[in-house]
Design a protein around this ligand. Structure first.
Ligand code: G6P
Ligand code: ZN
Length: 582
C-alpha cells in the first residue's frame, strides 16, 4: 500500500467564490488560477458537518468537461488530506448529475460503504473547453444540492480561508474499474473507480416497465432519436436505449462524451440542439427523409431534457403536466398514486390545472431544483418540473433527463399498448393535443437576453419593481402598447415560504399577473458566468378547445409587445432581439 503524508498549504482568499443557483461556475481560466479550486473545496469541507468529512465517503465525478480530470486528482488528494475514508469516481470521471444523486442514495461500495455526499463537476448546459466554463457543486447525503445554509457558509469560508489540506498521493488511474488503497498516518484511504451507468440503470429498471418500452421501440411503427449533444448522457444512452431497450444504434446522435461538447452549446433547446431539431423536421429543414416519431436531447450533465415529436415541440411546462396526468397509469413506480406535484414559479400553470383536476397537492416554488428536494424529503411531492427543461421525480433529488425520456416512452407505450400490432400510432403530438383539449392550453414562450451588461440588467429590473407600486400607471402603459390584452390585476416580486423548514426566499422573480390568467415574469439568471442574462417568461391560458391549436409565437405576440415595452428592453440592453427563444 502506498504511504502518504498530509501537508497544510498556505493560501489567500478569492473574492468571487459565491455559489450560484447550482454551485460555482466560472471560466476554466479562473478555475486554473493557483489554489482557486483548492480554496473552494477546502471551504466546502470546512462548511460541512464533521461526519461528511472525517471517515466519510465522497463521490467525485461529472460531465467530463475540460479540466474535470485535473479537478478529480486535486479533490482526491484533498479528500485524503482532510481525513475522508474513501472517494468514489465514475469510470473516466463520468457521472451524470442524476446518476450522482442515485449513487449517493442507492450505491453500496465493494466494502459495504455508503456515500455521504458528492462533488459534481459540471457547468451543466454551458459550453466547455479551455476558453469556456467549468463548475463544481456539492450534494448532500439525500442526493440533492447543498441547501442555502451550507452554500452561504461555504461562501463565508472562501472569504477568510488561510490554508488547505492535501496529501502527496500519486495521481490515480480513473480509467480502470477497481479500488486503489493508500495508507496515511490516520489510516487507510481508498479510491474506488466504478461503472458510471450500472447503478443508474438498476434504478431506472425499478421505476419503469422496460419490457413495454422495449416493445414500443422495437415496433417498426415507432422511430426514435436521442441527442446527447456530446454530454455525459452519451455514457448512458447506448446502454439504456440500445442495449436494454432495443433502439437502433443509428438513433443515437452525438452520444460520445467530449470535453468540449464538440464545440457546441450542450443545452437541449430549439436553438442549440440544431441537429436533432433538423432531424425531427422542425425549423427550416427541407430534408425528404421522414422524421422520427420521437426525439429527445440532454444537456452536458444530463439532468435537462427536451422532448420532441415529429415536427412538434413539447414545451417543458406541458411535458411535466402531461407526465403528471399519465404517471399513475403508465409508470409502475407511481401506480399507488402521486403524493403531490410541484413546479417552479416561471413554469406555466399547465401543471396547476392537472393538479386541480386530479385533486393533487400542488406547490409553486422558486427557480432551482433544491426547493423540490425539501418537499420530496417530506413526502409531499412525486413529480415536478421547470420551464428550463428540467423534469423529475422523487426517485432522486436532481432533475433527470433520461428519466424524462423514459417517462414519455412509457406514456407512448401505454397509449399504444393495443396499437402496435395493428391500428394507428398515437403520436407525441396526439398526446399533447388531447391534453390541451382536456385541460386547456398554456401558450408559453421564454425570451433570453444573454451576456448583457450587468448594470443595465439591474436597472431594468429595478424599474420593473418600481413600476409595480402603481397598477394604474402599469395599465396605462399596457393599453398604450396593446389595446386588446387584459388588465394587470396584480404585480409583485415572488416570495416563497418553504412549507417544510419555514425558510423564506425573497426576490425570486418579478411578476405581472393579468385578469385573464396571463403572466409576464422577469428574472435574472443565476447560472451564467459572464455579464447578466435576463429571462422573460410569457404565458397565456386558453381554455376554448377550438382555440388551442394556434402557433404559440403568433398567439403570444401582443403579450410579447407589452413585455418589451413595459421593461424598455431595447432601451436598457441595446438589444433588438433576444439571444434565444424557447
Ligand atoms: C439550474 C437549476 C435549475 C434551474 C436553472 C435556472 O439548471 O438546476 O433548477 O431551473 O438552473 O437557471 P437560470 O439560468 O434561469 O437561473
Ligand atoms: Zn444540467
Amino acid at each position: 500500500m502506498v504511504l502518504f503524508n498530509v501537508s497544510r498549504v498556505v493560501t489567500t482568499p478569492f473574492g468571487d467564490q459565491k455559489p450560484g443557483t447550482s454551485g460555482l461556475r466560472k471560466k476554466v481560466k479562473v478555475f486554473k488560477q493557483p489554489n482557486y479550486l483548492q480554496n473552494f473545496v477546502q471551504s466546502t469541507f470546512n462548511a460541512l458537518p464533521p461526519q461528511n468529512v472525517r471517515g466519510a465517503t465522497l463521490v467525485v465525478s461529472g460531465d467530463g468537461r475540460y479540466f474535470s480530470e485535473d479537478a478529480i486528482q486535486i479533490i482526491t488528494k484533498m479528500a485524503a488530506g482532510n481525513g475522508l475514508r474513501r472517494v468514489w469516481v465514475g469510470q473516466n470521471g463520468l457521472l451524470s448529475t442524476p446518476a450522482v444523486s442515485a449513487v449517493i442514495r442507492e450505491r453500496v461500495g465493494v466494502d459495504g460503504s455508503k456515500a455521504t455526499g458528492a462533488f459534481i463537476l459540471t457547468a451543466s448546459h454551458n459550453p466547455g473547453g479551455p476558453n469556456e466554463d467549468f463548475g463544481i457543486k456539492y450534494n448532500m447525503e439525500n442526493g440533492g444540492p447543498a441547501p442555502e445554509g451550507i452554500t452561504d457558509k461555504i461562501y463565508e469560508n472562501t472569504k477568510t480561508i488561510k490554508e488547505y489540506l492535501t496529501a502527496d498521493l500519486p495521481d490515480v488511474d480513473i480509467t480502470t474499474i477497481g479500488v486503489t488503497s493508500f495508507s496515511g498516518s490516520e489510516g487507510q484511504f481508498d479510491v474506488e473507480v466504478f461503472d458510471s451507468a450500472s447503478d443508474y440503470i438498476k434504478l431506472m429498471k425499478s421505476i419503469f416497465d422496460f419490457e413495454s418500452i422495449r416493445k414500443l421501440l422495437s415496433s417498426p411503427k415507432f422511430t426514435f432519436c436521442y441527442d446527447a449533444l456530446h454530454g455525459v448522457a452519451g455514457a448512458y444512452a447506448k446502454r439504456i436505449f440500445v442495449e436494454e431497450l432495443g433502439a437502433q444504434e443509428s438513433s443515437l446522435l452525438n452520444c460520445v462524451p467530449k470535453e468540449d461538447f464538440g464545440g457546441g452549446h450542450p443545452d437541449p433547446n430549439l436553438t442549440y440542439a440544431k441537429e436533432l431539431v433538423a432531424r425531427m423536421g422542425l425549423g427550416k429543414s427541407n430534408s425528404e427523409v421522414e422524421p422520427p416519431e420521437f426525439g429527445a436531447a440532454a444537456d452536458g450533465d444530463a439532468d435537462r431534457n427536451m422532448i420532441l415529436g415529429k415536427r412538434f415541440f413539447v414545451t417543458p411546462s406541458d411535458s411535466v403536466a402531461i407526465i403528471a396526468a399519465n404517471a399513475v397509469e403508465a409508470i409502475p413506480y407511481f401506480s399507488a398514486g402521486l403524493k403531490g406535484v410541484a413546479r417552479s414559479m416561471p413554469t406555466s400553470a399547465a401543471l396547476d390545472v392537472v393538479a386541480k383536476n386530479l385533486n393533487l397537492k400542488f406547490f409553486e416554488v422558486p427557480t432551482g431544483w433544491k426547493f423540490f428536494g425539501n418537499l420530496m424529503d417530506a413526502g409531499l411531492c412525486s413529480v415536478c418540473g421547470e420551464e428550463s427543461f428540467g423534469t423529475g421525480s422523487d426517485h432522486i433529488r436532481e432533475k433527470d433527463g433520461i428519466w424524462a425520456v423514459l417517462a414519455w416512452l412509457s406514456i407512448l407505450a401505454y397509449k399504444n399498448r393495443e396499437n402496435l400490432d395493428g391500428g394507428k400510432l398515437v403520436t407525441v403530438e396526439d398526446i399533447v393535443r388531447n391534453h390541451w383539449a382536456a385541460y386547456g392550453r398554456h401558450y408559453y414562450t421564454r425570451y433570453d437576453y444573454e451576456n448583457v451588461d450587468a448594470g443595465a440588467a439591474k436597472e431594468l429590473m429595478a424599474c420593473l419593481v418600481k413600476l409595480q407600486s402603481s397598477l394604474a400607471e402599469v395599465n396605462e402603459i399596457v393599453s398604450g402598447i396593446q389595446s386588446d390584452v387584459s388588465k394587470v390585476v396584480h404585480a409583485d416580486e415572488f416570495e416563497y415560504k418553504d412549507p417544510v423548514d419555514g425558510s423564506i426566499s425573497k426576490h425570486q422573480g418579478i411578476r405581472y399577473l393579468f385578469e385573464d390568467g396571463s403572466r409576464l415574469v422577469f428574472r435574472l439568471s443565476g447560472t451564467g458566468s459572464e455579464g447578466a442574462t435576463i429571462r422573460l417568461y410569457i404565458e397565456q391560458y386558453e381554455k376554448d378547445p377550438s382555440k388551442t391549436g394556434r402557433d404559440s409565437q403568433d398567439a403570444l405576440a401582443p403579450l410579447v409587445a407589452v413585455a418589451l415595452g413595459l421593461s424598455k428592453m431595447q432601451e436598457f440592453t441595446g438589444r433588438s432581439a433576444p439571444t434565444v427563444i424557447t
